[in-house]
Design a protein around this ligand. Sequence first.
Ligand code: NDP
Ligand code: OXD
Length: 316
Amino acid sequence: MALLFSSKTDDADLWRDALADELPDLDFRVWTPGGEGGADGGDPADIEYALVWAPKKGALRKFPNLKAIFSLGAGVDHLMVGRDLPEGVPVVRLVDPGLIRGMREYVIYWVLHHHRHFGEYERLVAEKRWRQLPQADTRKRRVGIMGLGILGADAAAKLRGLEIDVAGWSRTSKDLDGVTGFHGAHGLGPFLERTEILVCLLPLTPQTEAIINADTLARLPRGAVVINAARGGHVVDEDLLKALDDGHLAAAILDVFHTEPLPDDHPFWDHPKVTVTPHVASLTVPATAAEAVAENIRRIRAGQPPEPIVDPKAGY
Ligand code: NDP
Ligand code: OXD
């Protein structure tokens, strides 16, 4: 029985080696990028597991013995929308310690960049100007994290470790040590009103699509900073640009975009208040992620459900 691997960007050899360390008996087969299947996937009846990013619509339906679809990323929006997945086969999210560490670093780096005015120092130093700006009190710096899941909760805890005043917003109520919790539609306004640096770590679902828009941005205090490390679909680009241009927002750090790679003519590239990173806030690390995939295969072999399974209704 075999695992089918398919991705245009992830390295099949790294995954093969990492999974072989964990499960030497696993038959690892690479599928045509894009998920065509067929010859290089071998006999469809052999396939028990799929490890994929964004297979073509309906492509996973041809495997009658498929037991689980493992996402190659923490986000599953690319899998849940328009893929026509086989019914009854669980989609399993990736929880990778390497991915968690990477996201934590990205968030802390950019929060501190703005908290300590390092962008302004870069500009001053470029003009050979020796000027010391007032140092804000860390304990009064109010960071707000949208999404308190695997990645958001970790980033919130690590920012708390720096004594930053952290709040979080989630769908259901959360009680995280030292983190001021807000949840649901009624909690969004008060959460935004107290947030100087907004970090988006939400999954992209019909409920969270376009959530960073003119109305929500207007609720942030003047001079706020937006960091989006989740999905481009969370942001209404025109509204963000307007809020930057009219001075309401001080800066935006954007890692994810509606179209990736970001098109050459997109205004984000050249905007003086926007920093673009190429969807690298955190990359899946096969060496650590394979452990989680292997553990779930062991669970399935032992008759237990894999975890965490995506709730198709919630979309994440
Ligand atoms: P999780 O599923 O663990 O957490 C999602 C969080 O969002 C939960 O706290 C959930 O609330 C909250 N949420 C979901 N829907 C809503 C809603 N309608 N209103 C309010 N809160 C909501 O996800 P992860 O932390 O693992 O990942 C988050 C996202 O980060 C991924 O979906 C992916 O898009 C992105 N990502 C980006 C990367 C990059 O390199 N740029 C790398 C990895 C991930 P509740 O707790 O109540 O369920
Ligand atoms: C992910 C990503 O979802 O890399 O893991 O964006």
